[in-house]
Design a protein around this ligand. Structure first.
Ligand SMILES: *Cc1c(COP(=O)(O)O)cnc(C)c1O
Length: 471
């Protein structure tokens, strides 16, 4: 057959739309997008004819033959599926790092999800005073967020803790000196560096002490009439060990008071609960920091608090009022979804059980014996698959992560798999699965740490691995 005839054997769009298999596509997508995808499939076939590529089979139709409509339909379907696949999608986190910064940090509590749903399906009173019937302030929703836990402190919420640090420095120390220990010139996640944020905020960094040792007298001697702020920054992602000395925020309080300079602490991750019963260090605790007497502190909403991404600033009402008036406050302010999720998360701390309802805390609290028994069940299910060399219950060390409690580990359990064939290929296939699974590889063994995998995800994990390792 000549190539002219081949072009004529391409079924028309109308012909393809009438194909029974097309109904499924029309049920999922608009008619216009299905037509577009069918045209793209036709164009692909034309190119194949032109370039003498592989062609689908032809089937007789009346006196002539047409290319199989099914092949074109499935091509269109996969095109539509690719377009519809969201770039941001759920992932199974089998790394054992609870607040994994690359995997979205804190999963939200059910109550937080419900609260976002409630306020965003329709209108809400974000900036409307229902008592007075006129314009209100979105900040009013923040006034009582923390007052239940810390009476007398004011609160401001911004987009994240990086924004909080910037706002505090810019509002309270623009053109003035900020005294900070050399041991606390932190960098987080590659692009957030305190000295650089300082430059952007137009505050002047006044470093004191040395990398490993800073004393109270270092701060004392550095205070001048130009000092705008004393600052402490939590070393969230490293520990300094050996011959060290530092001055805690509470030890700085008398100095700050006597010289009339506000004291600000960047807590990084702020916890509202005591983590010690679960084998972790106390870490940066909000109540402890406030009772120590700092004037202002900030922390992330999505680290140990277990809420939405946010930067929470708590402290002296007069200072918070200054922050609220800053010209950048609007640029950094949270949206209604964040406020709703944060309020609902704090409601759990106040009126319910955070250790069962807040996913970050629930994962920290999972008993090791439960993780081991789930891992045992998985080894039994997967151990005999064709491509599995060996399956075992591995003892692992999970971490809080996300720039919280560096050096602290939680004893954990994982499904450990050795596979036949290429480990890299399997690991890559896991990342390509739906949902993708992100695991750890140690000493040629795949480790699926169950502290960060929900018990309700064990079945999905088992099915994904069965698909990949059965061949
Ligand atoms: C994590 C962290 C930040 C940045 O907080 P984000 O909420 O990620 O913006 C700032 N300072 C410290 C000490 C941190 O640990």
């Amino acid at each position: 057959m000549g190539s002219d005839n081949l072009y004529q054997a391409i079924p028309s769009v109308d012909r393809l739309l009438a194909e029974p298999g097309c109904e499924d596509l029309l049920a999922l997508y608009s008619r216009a997008s299905v037509v577009e995808a069918l045209r793209i499939a036709q164009a692909w076939l034309r190119t194949s004819i032109e370039q003498g590529g592989d062609l689908p089979p032809r089937i007789p139709e009346g006196a002539r033959a047409v290319f199989s409509p099914g092949v074109l339909l499935s091509r269109a379907a996969s095109h539509l599926d690719t377009l519809a696949r969201p770039s941001l999608a759920p992932v199974i986190n089998a790394t054992g790092v609870i607040g994994h910064t690359n995997l979205g940090r804190a999963p939200l509590a059910l109550r937080a999800l419900q609260a976002m749903d409630r306020v965003s399906r329709g209108y809400c009173n974000l900036e409307y005073d229902l008592d007075q019937g006129h314009r209100g302030s979105r900040f009013s929703h923040l006034d009582n967020l923390f007052s239940r836990f810390f009476p007398g402190t004011a609160c401001l919420v911004v987009n994240n803790n990086a924004a909080a640090v910037y706002l505090v420095l810019s509002a309270l120390a623009r053109g003035r000196e900020v005294i900070l220990s050399r041991g606390e010139l932190i960098e987080i996640g590659g692009s957030f560096r305190i000295p650089d944020v300082m430059v952007q905020s137009a505050a002047i960094l006044r470093e004191v002490g040395t990398t490993n040792r800073t004393h109270l007298r270092d701060y004392e001697q550095a205070i001048t009439p130009d000092t705008g702020l004393l600052m402490k920054a939590h070393t969230s992602n490293y520990v300094i060990q050996g011959f060290t000395a530092s001055v805690s925020a509470s030890e700085l309080v008398p100095l700050a008071r006597s010289r009339n300079v506000p004291l600000y602490e960047d807590l990084g991750s702020g916890a509202l609960v005591d983590l010690r019963p679960h084998g972790l260090a106390q870490g940066p605790n909000v109540a402890e920091a406030l009772s120590g007497g700092v004037d202002l502190l900030s922390f992330s909403g999505d680290k140990l608090l277990g809420g939405p991404q946010a930067g929470i600033i708590l402290g002296r009402p007069d200072l918070v009022a200054q922050l609220r008036k800053h010209p950048m406050a609007r640029a950094l302010r949270p949206d209604k979804l964040t406020i709703a999720a944060l309020e609902a998360t704090l409601q759990i701390y106040g009126s319910h059980d955070p250790w069962t309802e807040i996913p970050v805390l629930e994962m920290i609290a999972r008993p090791l014996s439960q993780l081991e028994s789930r891992a045992r069940d998985l080894t039994a299910t997967l151990g005999s698959l064709a491509l599995v060399e060996s399956a075992r219950v591995a003892r692992t060390q999970a971490r809080v992560g996300g720039g919280a409690l560096p050096g602290e580990v939680l004893e954990s359990a994982a499904l450990g798999l050795r596979v036949k064939g290429s480990l890299d290929a399997i690991e890559q296939a896991l990342r390509g699965a739906r949902p993708p699974v992100v695991a750890r590889v140690e000493d040629d063994e795949l480790l699926f740490d169950l502290r960060t995998v929900g018990p309700d995800q064990d079945g999905i994990l088992a099915n994904t691995l069965t698909d990949l390792l059965s061949r």
